[in-house]
Design a protein around this ligand. Structure first.
Ligand code: FE2
Length: 452
């Protein structure tokens, strides 16, 4: 995979030099995410300045280097969103494109390019990108399911520290990235979404990148009350059904730390399976009480996971259940979600839950209701991506609680989960040393509580 990617990038450079898209049709901000079953489908998203792109309104893809097996998929019609706030006025987005590549083969390296493939001999219609589908959870040998490498990041932003974190994740050559919310820190200045997608494109165009909404994705408009507009429109996660959302009519800032609104389905909460793992991607900022759509969906989803097929189950949501820093204590969304969902996580042996919000790193021991319990999940705060707000301010108490295994608020970085087999995974926290240079600062072997 290393060699293939390097060749692909080299080809991309030489083709890009010789290739010109029609005016207004050059794809920018390319980002991909696997489907609900990442062995079968993939979503390609990009933006353009224009909407009339003819042949370049589709995506071609090939599993054999453009020699004979070539598919072509049409995207949904390009959309735009706009938001008006008192501070920034009205922003209108570029044209947002999304194309689902269906019926892919599992565990297969693909190339994709924008435009209709030239038929004889087949050749990429434009500079090409590459990705690899997940192995099939049910029909792959163990040797292709393991190891599965996953990068975890949160509260990334777009500073030089953010760029270091992205460069370091790129060097890991992971199978996919899971982002626990707070991506761009656009904070209602939507041009900053464009610059964020530019910053991550080298990675996001060839590594599936899954996200959940943090409070910096709320982006409440003080003019019409709309929330999560950029987040719902710019990302294309494996949706269960279209978003159901309502404007928030109360007084609040653009990105309130504590918040509860109405935003269900869509990119708000969803799941995906990648090889031997199932991820529940949740929203801290919509209702999670028993009886809510999110709670009912989490309960039925956890009850229905085939742990023989995907023995590893993880949850991501922005606002952490366990946090011994002094920042972000006692917020309403955090209290509600922990009180309603912790028992589900324990009952169904969720292996670990990853959050952000607090701009530090903290790993817990396996814990249930504040007591050490080998059946309970491990909780990890990975809000140390490197955003402009800096590090968490300090700790509630200089003596860590019994459940806190490791914590730091001085260094930015990312976490890496390597699934080794059905029963064991390696977890590490990788601190930034410089752009492209990092080192392991915390290391832990996880045992799968499902088999206890
Ligand atoms: Fe946050």
């Amino acid at each position: 995979m290393v060699t293939a990617r390097l060749l692909s990038l080299a080809g991309l450079v030489s083709l890009a030099q010789a290739f010109a898209f029609p005016e207004g049709c050059e794809p920018r901000q390319v980002h991909i995410a696997g489907g609900a079953d990442a062995s079968k489908s993939l979503s390609v998203s990009w933006v353009t300045d224009g909407s009339e792109c003819g042949d370049f309104s589709s995506v071609s893809y090939s599993s054999d280097g453009w020699t004979k097996s070539v598919g072509n998929a049409a995207p949904s019609s390009p959309t735009r969103y706009n938001q008006t706030t008192t501070k920034y006025g009205t922003y209108v987005s570029p044209y947002l494109w999304n194309c689902e590549l269906p019926d892919l083969a599992a565990d297969t390296e693909y190339s994709f390019a924008f435009g209709a493939t030239q038929p004889s001999p087949p050749s990429p219609p434009s500079p090409s990108y590459s990705f690899k589908t997940a192995p099939s959870a049910t029909s792959s040998p163990s040797s292709s399911l393991y190891p599965t490498k996953i990068a975890m990041v949160g509260d990334l932003g777009q500073t030089s520290d953010s760029a270091s974190t992205v460069a370091n994740i790129a060097k890991e050559e992971v199978d996919f990235i899971a982002h626990a919310g707070d991506m761009s820190y656009a904070d209602c200045d939507h041009d900053r979404w464009d610059s964020w997608f530019d910053m991550v494109e080298d990675v996001s165009s060839n590594t599936p990148w899954y996200v959940v909404g943090g409070n910096h994705e709320i982006e409440h408009s003080d003019v019409d009350g709309e929330i999560f507009v950029a987040y719902e429109n710019r990302f294309n996660m494996p949706k269960i059904k279209p978003a159901e959302m309502e404007p928030f009519t109360g007084e609040t800032s653009c990105t309130p730390s504590a918040f509860l609104g109405k935003y269900d389905w869509g990119n708000s909460f969803y799941k995906f399976a990648h090889g031997p793992s199932t991820f529940l991607m949740l929203n801290s900022y919509t209702d999670s009480a028993p009886g809510s759509p999110q709670y009912a969906w989490v309960e039925s989803t956890l009850a229905g996971i085939d742990r023989e097929a995907t023995p590893w189950v993880f949850a991501l949501f922005h606002s952490p259940f366990y946090n011994s820093f002094s920042d972000h204590q006692g917020e309403e969304q955090q209290i509600l979600m922990k009180s309603s969902m912790e028992d589900l996580f324990i009952k169904y042996r969720v292996n670990a839950a990853f959050s952000g919000h607090v701009h530090g790193y903290e790993r817990t021991n396996n814990v249930a209701h504040e007591a050490l319990d080998p059946a309970g999940p491990m909780y990890v705060i990975i809000g140390d991506g490197g955003n402009r707000e800096g590090h968490a301010s300090g700790f509630l108490d200089s003596t860590p609680p019994v459940w806190s295994a490791f914590r730091d608020n001085t260094i930015f970085g990312h976490a890496l989960v390597t699934l080794l087999n059905e029963t064991h995974a390696e977890f590490t926290w990788e601190k930034n040393v410089a752009e492209g240079v990092f080192e392991t600062a915390d290391s832990f072997i996880m045992e799968n509580q499902y088999y206890l």
